[in-house]
Design a protein around this ligand. Sequence first.
Ligand code: HEC
Length: 125
Amino acid sequence: MATTLVSAADSDSASPQATTNLSELMTRIVQPSSDAVFYVARTPPQTGEDWRRLESQTLMLAESANLLLIPGYVQAQEQWVRDSLLMRNAAVAAYKAAQTKDLAALEELNNALYESCENCHMATR
Ligand code: HEC
């Protein structure tokens, strides 16, 4: 087993691979996790459990921005990379704001996050 893992790590199979297509990535991961930020003011987190859930969602959003940059999802355009990084920066900031239970910061991040989605969609869809 250990040998298999080591040799797998040496091969191409250790590099990240897309599991599905962009459309699924958007609707199943990016959209639900970003909605948690976009609608945060509508139903603000109250309990510790609410905040923990928001932490998970913003972390998922941040990591999904990384996925936009792996083979299978990435597109060879400067704009693509720029917008993915914009999305990642906003999502990482949202994750930190969720960790510190900073509702005002989360609301402020809405614009930057929205911009990253819209910029990329206008350029690539
Ligand atoms: C770096 C580029 C990029 C970024 C950033 C991006 N998207 Fe997308 N998105 C796309 C592309 C390309 C498609 C079209 C996928 C297809 O249909 O093949 C898409 C499609 C979608 C769809 C429609 C999927 C479907 O098939 O119905 C939704 C919903 C979506 N994006 C939500 C978001 C949200 C919300 C954000 C920001 C939090 C975002 N996207 C950020 C590139 C991006």
